[in-house]
Write a protein that binds this ligand. Structure first.
Ligand code: CO
Length: 144
């Protein structure tokens, strides 16, 4: 592990899509696309209500703002039809990945320390301006 040039990311864990109407979005994935969708879950500590869409190879998370300081609310003001909010890649060692990001000049949002993500696992977010306008989440998962 470690070293320059070593691959940091593994699987695409999920694509998060901010949606203006969670019920309507869920119905589209369930009824039009025939996907396996979860019941909506409120995650107050993340400021979102979320529906998980489980696919064979990854997940889609439909995000809707919850509460006053939701990180998704501003996104929906700028993108009233909704849109891709972030991509989440799996890493086996988040501390190492974070250090590499900082060393190579990518900005880690917040104070640079890992937070607990929507799946109860440690995550960081990388600044969209450093990744072609796309917010990137790195989530530490147990190696598989
Ligand atoms: Co996410």
């Amino acid at each position: 592990m470690g070293g320059e040039g070593v691959v940091v990311i593994g699987k695409l864990n999920h694509v998060a899509i901010a949606v203006p109407d969670l019920e309507a979005a869920t119905a589209r994935y369930r009824d039009l696309l025939g996907a396996d969708v979860s019941a909506p879950q409120d995650l107050p500590e993340h400021g979102v209500s979320v529906v998980f869409v489980t696919l064979d190879n990854t997940k889609i998370e439909l995000l809707h703002p919850l509460g006053r300081n939701s990180p998704v609310a501003g996104f929906l003001v700028r993108n009233p039809d909704g849109g891709v909010h972030h991509l989440c890649f799996e890493v086996s060692d988040l501390k190492e990945a974070t250090e590499k990001m900082i060393r190579t000049g990518a900005r880690v949002l917040g104070d640079g320390s890992a937070k607990t993500g929507a799946h109860g696992l440690p995550v960081i977010f990388l600044h969209p301006k450093d990744f072609d306008g796309t917010l990137i989440e790195l989530e530490e998962v147990a190696g598989d």
